[in-house]
Design a protein. Structure first.
Length: 367
């Protein structure tokens, strides 16, 4: 990464301090902040109400994050768009844009790769490359907003990477994303996922943010969870339930339990009964996710009847449960698949588009 200071990761007060050190008035910081986080400028050059001389000084002193779209896939089924963005060091990350009745939702990555090793996840197959900066997380949202020309109302940090393994940058990102001087997305419209790093979950609870915390649970016994998720060797389900209760006590926000249904592995009626027993004492919601098949793994999705029965079993115990609506099944649906395919072959597949066909801002015609 460039040794220059990352200007888009600074909050407004930090930006004021920076620009004052360059001899600029405080209002200049407000102007620049608005260019970066409201008008979504792609470079200093677009900040036309700042003098050319000042813009040149900024170019010399600061790094300006602007992710570059290199692939876009659009689902022919539901219009979901999957984006592959190139970072300044040549690494690539993926993001997803989904359209719902309640508004547009974007799922972003928090790391390049992941070191958590969850068995059903394509993101982790090549390990962790590096953490994303706050500005690299923000700019996935900004780039998608520019490319789709649509406002983003909900943000989910559930793409490649483990957010709690990049804690400080995630926290800064959340404050920038929800800042009233920026995009001003409501904290209640933001969800952060974790595989269960207990100390960081407790730390996040103490921040008393109004975001939703989603725990990737995926199993109802420690033995079964250890087979699916290496993090379970460090933290038990008992510890996870304790920190989930603590999160609700500190924030008043109910927990979401993410539960990937894997055929023949964790989809039995007794799994549902144990899951109900775990969730019942906690203010929570269960999101059942029929697993997306990953080429390198043997996991399969349960039959629809099995999924339906699992949901009914939970509802018998008064559990609030939904089955995640599958989005973009025809476009490398599982997290990390598009990036992995791109890295292996450089070929996007027939739904893909390269940056040349995108232009900087316009919509792309589907083939």
């Amino acid at each position: 990464m460039d040794s220059k200071k990352d200007i888009k990761s600074l909050n407004l007060e930090e930006l004021k301090t920076e620009l004052e050190s360059m001899g600029e008035k405080a209002f200049r910081a407000k102007q620049m902040y608005e260019w970066m986080h409201v008008k979504l400028a792609r470079s200093f050059d677009e900040m036309t109400n700042l003098s050319a001389k000042f813009r040149e000084q900024c170019k010399e002193k600061y790094e300006y994050t602007c992710v570059k779209p290199v692939r876009i896939q659009e689902s022919k089924i539901d219009g979901t768009k999957k984006f592959l963005f190139e970072l300044s060091d040549g690494n690539v990350v993926e993001s997803v844009w989904m359209q719902y009745k309640h508004g547009n939702s974007v799922c972003i990555s928090s790391q390049v790769g992941c070191r958590m090793g969850c068995r059903f996840c394509a993101s982790t197959l090549d390990g962790l490359e590096r953490n994303l900066t706050p500005s690299e997380m923000l700019d996935q949202i900004y780039a998608i907003t520019r490319l789709t020309q649509e406002r983003v109302s909900n943000v989910v940090v559930m793409g490649t990477g483990e957010p709690m393994d990049n804690y400080d940058n995630i926290l800064k990102f959340l404050h920038l994303l929800t800042d009233e001087n920026g995009l001003n997305i409501s904290q209640r419209n933001v969800t952060v996922s974790t595989c269960g790093i207990v100390p960081r979950m407790r730390q996040l609870a103490d921040e008393k943010l109004q975001i939703t915390l989603a725990l990737s649970l995926h199993a109802t016994t420690d033995e079964k969870r250890r087979k699916l998720m290496p993090i379970a060797n460090r933290y038990s389900i008992k510890e996870l339930m304790e920190v989930c209760r603590y999160y609700f006590e500190q924030t008043g926000r109910r927990i979401t339990f993410e539960y990937s249904l894997v055929g023949g592995v964790n989809d039995h009626p007794e799994d549902a009964r144990r899951l109900a027993a775990l969730a019942k004492p906690i203010h929570s919601h269960i999101n059942l996710i029929p697993v997306n098949p990953v080429t390198e793994r043997s996991f399969v999705q349960p039959k629809k009847e099995v999924i339906g029965n699992f949901k009914k079993e939970l509802e018998k115990y008064g559990i609030n449960v939904t089955i995640r609506r599958e989005m973009g099944r025809d476009i490398d649906g599982a997290c990390g698949q598009l990036r992995r395919r791109y890295l292996k072959s450089g070929e996007p597949g027939e739904e893909g588009a390269d940056a040349e066909s995108l232009g900087h801002e316009g919509h792309r015609e589907m083939p």
